[in-house]
Design a binder for this molecule. Structure first.
Ligand code: SAH
Length: 282
């Protein structure tokens, strides 16, 4: 594909100045989900420092002369240490480079963007933050799952399935979430899914509660599995699903039966919540 059209001239696009770091979200994968500010940064940066979940097609929007630095983990290799990455950004900025730090999804949601930004600020590096479409909302939309829906939930909880030790986070009050969160969206939860389901069921959620698992959301390889809390871990293993994956727990998962649209999918059930009357009709 040829280079994209220039950014709309009607807006006063910020100039990326030497010595600055722009910390941007790249969205869940589909390059069309980049923001215009991220695109503006990609065009101006001298160096683009990107994570494993940033799609190669997104990097194609960068200035061809820009240096590309990979700062994630791939193929099971140990990840670059978080603090080392942040300090490298500081060095680049101090050397007068225009740095775009590009992270998957939204930089401030389970992306350690807050920590990185803090280190930059502590070292006197000026920053700009560019939010992105988070996988837990945009990725689910590509699976036909709305994060909220009036017939389903008035709240949604985002949790991470593992902590720094790679285990189900001990700091989470499972009983409180099971009681109070109508829909739960789990990031990084594929490996601990069995444990997570057990805790939810022990805390009072139905074993039959609908669950959807979405891998490679928004990408051509996107896969969606519909299952239940009790069966989820087993079904995921049987389907051979691998990260990155989002897990949705709650009746929102059913809505994809009506709203699946990506890659030619279509509805299989026009009334997946069993309302018995048209949507929006009171
Ligand atoms: N900052 C990111 C999340 C980073 S944590 C965001 O806002 O989306 C990494 C986790 O995000 C993955 O383990 C997975 O749970 C989720 N994720 C990111 N991109 C995804 C995708 N395309 N498909 C499915 N899950 C994705």
């Amino acid at each position: 594909m040829s280079l994209p059209d220039p950014l709309p001239a009607s807006h006063d696009w910020p100039e990326m100045l030497p010595g600055w770091v722009w910390l941007a979200g790249a969205g869940p994968g589909d390059p069309g989900l980049l923001t215009l500010h991220a695109l503006n940064g990609l065009r101006q940066a001298d160096v683009v420092v990107y994570d494993a979940l940033v799609d190669d097609r997104v990097l194609d929007f960068a200035n061809p002369a820009a240096e590309r630095v990979f700062a994630g983990k791939r193929g099971g290799k140990p990840s670059a240490k978080q603090r080392d990455i942040s300090l490298r950004l500081v060095e680049m900025a101090r050397a007068g480079q225009r740095v775009l730090r590009l992270k998957g999804g939204d930089p401030f949601l389970f992306g350690r963007g807050g920590e990185e930004a803090q280190t930059l600020v502590q070292h006197g590096v000026p920053i700009r933050i560019i939010p992105g479409i988070t996988a837990g909302i945009g990725g689910l939309a590509y699976a036909g799952i709305p994060a909220t829906h009036r017939d389903v939930n008035q709240s949604v909880t985002f949790i991470t399935g593992h902590d720094a030790r790679g285990e189900a986070p001990a700091a989470i009050d499972w009983a409180a979430i099971a009681r109070g969160s109508q829909v739960v969206v789990v990031y990084m939860g594929l490996r601990t899914l069995g444990e997570l389901a057990t805790r939810f069921i022990a805390a009072g959620r139905s074993a039959e509660e609908p669950v959807a698992v979405v891998t490679d959301a928004t990408l051509p390889a996107q896969r969606v599995l519909e299952t239940t809390l009790a069966r989820a871990a087993e079904d995921v293993a049987a389907a051979g699903m691998v990260p990155p994956a989002l897990i949705v727990i709650g009746r929102a998962a059913l809505l994809r039966r009506a709203l699946a649209w990506w890659q030619g999918e279509g509805p299989t059930d026009l009334d997946p919540l069993g309302r018995g009357r048209p949507a929006e009709e009171p």
